[in-house]
Design a protein around this ligand. Structure first.
Ligand SMILES: [Zn+2]
Length: 222
């Protein structure tokens, strides 16, 4: 039988072998320092079907993503809903039934729209963070908007909450979940059972939001 190609082998002082197929369909193997490659290959062969299936799924998903061209009628997401782009002759970027976009900004369209997304993300997420911090009874320092591609939320030791502007494209319940997740991290710094229990108490539908992010994170780009 042919060997299964490992894209990244990370050895460390760990006891078990862990396999991961990353979002870009690469096979990442985490292994103890001295386990022979043959032993790793044996495990890979047992998991062969799972690896191939997962890689095929992720490659196909990657191919479905088409970079935006900023033409009339093209869809852009805001709070989980698609808005068609409508090029206008004057004014600024704004939402009506369409995403109104001034033609004058087309030469710098990607950057301009990113700036717009960041601004609306900040306004919305700040409001949700204020709301949930009152409900939970936890206070934070500031809400900051980041550029992160995969990490949609994080919190700092100083009590700042960071959110990627990209989550403003997802439905509100998904944003709320990410906000609650980070707020709970202010007092629970890991993903222990206690952490998830607290998330669930505030946000019982969190599993559905987690699932949504896992399945749709490839849509959260422009
Ligand atoms: Zn977390």
């Amino acid at each position: 039988m042919t060997e299964i190609r490992i894209d990244k082998l990370l050895r460390s002082r760990r006891r078990t072998i862990e396999l991961e197929v990353s979002q870009d369909a690469k096979l990442v193997v985490r292994a103890p320092l001295h386990v022979p490659v043959e032993d790793i290959q044996n495990i890979l062969l047992k998991k062969r079907d799972w690896i191939i299936e997962k890689q095929a799924f992720l490659r196909k998903r990657k191919d479905q993503y088409i970079p935006k061209k900023f033409i009339n009628g093209e869809s852009f997401y805001y709070l989980g809903k698609p808005y068609r782009l409508n090029l206008i002759n004057e004014g600024t970027i704004r939402l009506t039934d369409y995403l109104e976009f001034p033609s004058a900004l087309l030469s710098d369209a990607h950057h301009q729209l990113t700036q717009w997304y960041k601004a609306v993300a900040y306004e919305n997420i700040k409001e949700r963070a204020e709301l949930y911090s009152k409900i939970i009874g936890l206070s934070y320092e500031r809400v900051k908007i980041s550029d992160a591609k995969k990490r949609f939320g994080s919190c700092s030791v100083r009590g700042n909450l960071n959110f990627s502007w990209r989550i403003i494209m997802s439905p509100l319940y998904v944003i709320d979940y990410v906000v609650v997740h980070e707020l709970i991290h202010l007092e629970e710094h890991n993903h222990s059972q206690r952490f998830w229990q607290k998330v669930k108490r505030i946000f019982p539908g969190y599993q559905q939001a987690k699932e949504w992010l896992k399945e749709n994170d490839h849509l959260l780009k422009i």
